[in-house]
Design a binder for this molecule. Structure first.
Ligand SMILES: CC(C)(COP(=O)(O)OP(=O)(O)OC[C@H]1O[C@@H](n2cnc3c(N)ncnc32)[C@H](O)[C@@H]1OP(=O)(O)O)[C@@H](O)C(=O)NCCC(=O)NCCS
Length: 125
């Protein structure tokens, strides 16, 4: 459950699945979606690197954007990671407003993912 001002977002875990990732690593991912299906994101973690949590596919319905919804979700996940001594990672296009926004909210450049995409990390412990 994530709160923003007077609004509470009630998330359900749509599914939880464990898969083989790159190499021999196994990861588990959880797909979160609000009960009204307007907001969703995926969290995953590799079993051999439990100190890191990755968020991907953060999505806010087009009619509900730029109201601070994604900000409050990321903030809640950052707080969870901080409390549990985990690094929060994500990737995005380097030349995008997303990259600038993630930097504003405490993420740092971490590594190149591919030609246009970079990994970022939040580890404000
Ligand atoms: C990315 C996304 C989740 C942001 O959701 P949101 O609820 O609109 O985001 P917020 O309202 O919390 O805004 C976050 C910040 O980004 C800025 N921002 C939001 N949309 C923007 C846009 N289209 N262009 C530039 N800046 C933007 C806001 O001004 C805010 O900055 P601030 O906190 O410094 O004022 C949403 O645009 C989306 O679902 N996009 C499609 C999927 C996607 O690209 N996901 C990202 C995966 S890396």
């Amino acid at each position: 459950m994530i709160k923003k001002n007077d609004i509470t977002f009630q998330f359900n875990v749509l599914c939880q699945r464990t898969k083989w990732g790159e190499g021999d690593s196994v990861y588990t991912e959880l797909v979160y979606i609000t009960t009204d299906e307007l907001v969703s994101f995926i969290i995953y973690y590799y079993h051999n690197d439990l100190d890191k949590v990755v968020i991907r596919n953060l999505y806010v319905d087009e009619n509900n954007r730029e109201k601070g919804i994604a900000s409050s979700i990321i903030k809640s996940i950052q707080q969870y990671c901080k409390k549990n001594n985990k690094d929060l990672c994500l990737w995005c296009h380097k030349d995008s407003w997303l990259y600038d926004w993630y930097k504003r909210i405490g993420f740092q450049y971490y590594n190149i993912k591919d030609e246009n995409t970079v990994w970022m990390i939040f580890n404000d412990l």
